[in-house]
Structure formats: structure tokens, C-alpha cells
Design a protein around this ligand. Structure first.
Ligand code: NAD
Ligand code: UFG
Length: 333
């Protein structure tokens, strides 16, 4: 049995689908703070299997223990956490409590039940502001906001756990910019309120619920002056987790691994790709830079290729197409 925390969330749900398709039994823990129960119906519709679900909070250790008591968990893929950078600046204590305490509770119960295999959702945010892309895993790490701090701290906690007990097998997956949706259009990202991230924002402009995109700066040292990021299809990202899971089953230790395509796209390139896929113009205006943004951020994905035999395969056009199809399907239902 594989435990997926945050398994009804955006990346978690796509990963659960692929775990089931790969023949794994899956149990999900989620407190539904940022996802909905009907995701389970969609997973069932895609795979024919309804994963076991516990509506519990990682902050409640007794509840977490109950899951381990009732199931033979061989490994954990740990997605559960808060993830909005801006919000983390407003309510840092909630972020530290949820992300750090939630992870510590999980690891303590894992240890108690001798389940020592974990794949953790880290982020390219741990590379901070001063490294030059393409980013490799051995670069110095730093964080510029409480959300990023939690990722960095959890990486360090997991490294310390391995130092204390070399029976652990830990994969720290550093995601770049996940976008897109399941090719069935049944799963995708549906943020509450006004989206903070580029592609969910563009999707809502295309659909008509937002008037126009604000492009944060056109004076960066990039191809067209707008920020460059490594956008990765969420299904490619999910597949990385299946391979990371196979890896942790075979290798003890701690490995940080980038999951990105190795290619950067500018904001204007993303707008253009999205316009092509949705068949509409995306109105936008250039505004001031957003505080804390770097000009260019993309991965060197070689380590994932070497260790996991993983490579991203989907193009920016496919990511935009799947995002748009999901938006259309969601608005209809
Ligand atoms: P998401 O918000 O869609 O999924 C996270 C899930 O965890 C949600 O379903 C939420 O309800 C659940 N959750 C949160 N706190 C919980 C708790 N205490 N107990 C139980 N469940 C809890 O986010 P996502 O985009 O799928 O991201 C998954 C992970 O990947 C997060 O840890 C995030 O920080 C990390 N990550 C995401 C991105 C991105 O751009 N989406 C980039 C880098 C890293
Ligand atoms: N952007 C705009 N307008 C918007 C939103 C974004 O111009 O309304 C620009 C940004 O300035 C940036 C690019 O679009 O150049 C991408 O911005 P996102 O907010 O979509 O993504 P970020 O790269 O800033 O951050 C994301 C996650 C972080 C994570 C990081 C690395 O939000 O949590 O990727 O994984 F840490």
C-alpha cells in the first residue's frame, strides 16, 4: 500500500491515477483544505478504482497513526502542505505549523511503523534568487519567503533523519512550474479566488471571468523582457513520482532531484501558446515587476534522467491545450 498525503490535490490526484495504473494499492490522506471530495469520483472514472480515503489532518497525530495501524504502508508520497507564496508572508505561523509540524508528525509515525521510504514534494524555490539557470541539485540553497523556508527546512529535516538512521530512503523532488491537466479533462488545477500563478490566471482570462492578465515586468534580461520559467506538464511530473518511488524502494539514502523540462518559456511565449490552443486573444498589460521574482529559472534535468530514467515529454502547447480543455469542461459541469 502506498500512502499519498494531499492525494486529492492538483499534483497528488494525477499521481494517484498513475500509481493505480501502475498496479499500486493507494490510500489517501487529505483534509480537503485545498481540494474537493469529488476528485475521488474523477480518479475512479479514469482508473476504475476508488482509492481508500481518510479525511484527516496531518496535524492530528492520532489520526495519522490510525492510517498506519489499519494499513500496511510501504512508502509515502508526501504532497500535503500549504503552497501560496504571498499567503505565506501574511500568515507565516500557519505555514510553519501546517508544513513543518505536519511533516514531522508523518515522519514520526512512519518511523514508529518502520516505514522508511518517502518521496517529498520540494520546489525549485529552494534555489533562491542568486543561482544562475540551468539549476543543478548541488547549488547553494536559500529561501525568500515562509513557504520557501518550509520546503528548505523539510529538506533539511529529512536529511537529518537519514543521518540518524541509514535505513531511510528519501527522495526530495524539486518541481519547477507544474501546469496543465489530465488529458481526460477530469482532473486539473482549480484554485480558489483569484489565481496567483500565471497559467491558472490566463485560463480565467480566456474563459472570461477575469478581464486581463497583468504581466509582471518586461525589462528582465530575457528573450522578450518577460520572466522565463520551466513549465512542466503535471502528467510528466506525476510520472516522475512513480519512478522516484521505484528508486526509493531500491536505494537507501537521500537524493534531491529536479523535475523540470530543462527549457525556459517567457510569459509572452506562454500567452501566445495559450491563445493558439483556446482560439482567443488573451488581453494583457505590462505592469511593474513582482517582488521576489527572478528573471530566469529553469532546470538542469540530467540527474532525473540518470537516476530515475525520467524525462519530460509534453510540449508547452500540450500543457496549454490540456489546461484550456479542463477549464472548458469544469465550467460546463
Ligand atoms: P494542492 O493544494 O492542490 O494539494 C495539496 C493538498 O494537501 C490539498 O488537497 C490540501 O487539501 C492538502 N493538505 C494541506 N494541508 C494538509 C494537512 N495538514 N493535512 C492533510 N491534508 C492537507 O497543491 P499541489 O499544487 O498539488 O502541490 C502539492 C505539493 O507540491 C505541495 O507540497 C506544494 O508545496 C508542492 N509544490 C507545488 C508546486 C506548484 O506549483 N503546484 C510547485 C512546487 C512544489
Ligand atoms: N506572472 C505574471 N503575471 C501573473 C502571474 C505570473 O506576469 O499574474 C509571471 C511571473 O512574474 C513569472 C511567471 O509569470 O515570471 C511565472 O509566475 P508563477 O507565479 O506562475 O510561478 P513562479 O515561478 O513565480 O512560482 C512557482 C510557484 C512557487 C514555486 C516556483 C518554483 O508559485 O511556489 O514556481 O517551483 F516555488
Amino acid at each position: 500500500m502506498i500512502l499519498v498525503t494531499g492525494g486529492t490535490g492538483y499534483i497528488g490526484s494525477h499521481t494517484v491515477v498513475q500509481l493505480i495504473e501502475a498496479g499500486h494499492d493507494v490510500v489517501i490522506i487529505d483534509n480537503l483544505s485545498n481540494s474537493k471530495l469529488d476528485v475521488l469520483d474523477k480518479i475512479q472514472e479514469i482508473t476504475g478504482v476508488r482509492p481508500l480515503f481518510y479525511h484527516i489532518d496531518l496535524l492530528n497525530m492520532d489520526d495519522v497513526e490510525r492510517v498506519f495501524n489499519q494499513n500496511e504502508i510501504k512508502a509515502v508520497i508526501h504532497f500535503a502542505g500549504f503552497k501560496a507564496v504571498g499567503e505565506s508572508v501574511q500568515i507565516p505561523m500557519a505555514y510553519y505549523q501546517n508544513n513543518i509540524t505536519g511533516t514531522l508528525n508523518l515522519c514520526m509515525i512512519m518511523d514508529k511503523y518502520k516505514c522508511k521510504n518517502i518521496v517529498f514534494s520540494s520546489s525549485a524555490t529552494v534555489y533562491g534568487l542568486n543561482n544562475i539557470s540551468p539549476l543543478t541539485e548541488d547549488l547553494p540553497l536559500s529561501a525568500t519567503n515562509p513557504y520557501g523556508q518550509t520546503k528548505l527546512m523539510i529538506e533539511n529535516i529529512l536529511k537529518d533523519i537519514y543521518v540518524s538512521d541509514d535505513e531511510w530512503s528519501i527522495s526530495l523532488l524539486r518541481y519547477f512550474n507544474p501546469i496543465g491537466a489530465h488529458h481526460s479533462s477530469l482532473l486539473g488545477e482549480n484554485p480558489r479566488g483569484i489565481p496567483n500563478n500565471l497559467v491558472p490566471y490566463i485560463a480565467q482570462v480566456a474563459e472570461g471571468s477575469l478581464e486581463k492578465l497583468k504581466v509582471f515586468g518586461d525589462d528582465y534580461d530575457t528573450i522578450d523582457g518577460t520572466g522565463v520559467r520551466d513549465y512542466i506538464h503535471v502528467e510528466d511530473l506525476a510520472r516522475g513520482h512513480i519512478l522516484a518511488l521505484n528508486y526509493v524502494f531500491k536505494h537507501k539514502g537521500v537524493e534531491a532531484i529536479n523535475l523540470g523540462t530543462g527549457n525556459g518559456s517567457s510569459v509572452l511565449e506562454v500567452i501566445k501558446a495559450y491563445e493558439k490552443e483556446c482560439g482567443k486573444a488573451i488581453p494583457y498589460e505590462i505592469v511593474a515587476r513582482r517582488a521576489g521574482d527572478v528573471d530566469i529559472c529553469f532546470a538542469n534535468p540530467q540527474k532525473a534522467k540518470d537516476l530515475l530514467k525520467w524525462e519530460a515529454t509534453k510540449t508547452l502547447d500540450e500543457m496549454c491545450r490540456d489546461s484550456w480543455n479542463f477549464m472548458v469542461t469544469t465550467r460546463k459541469s
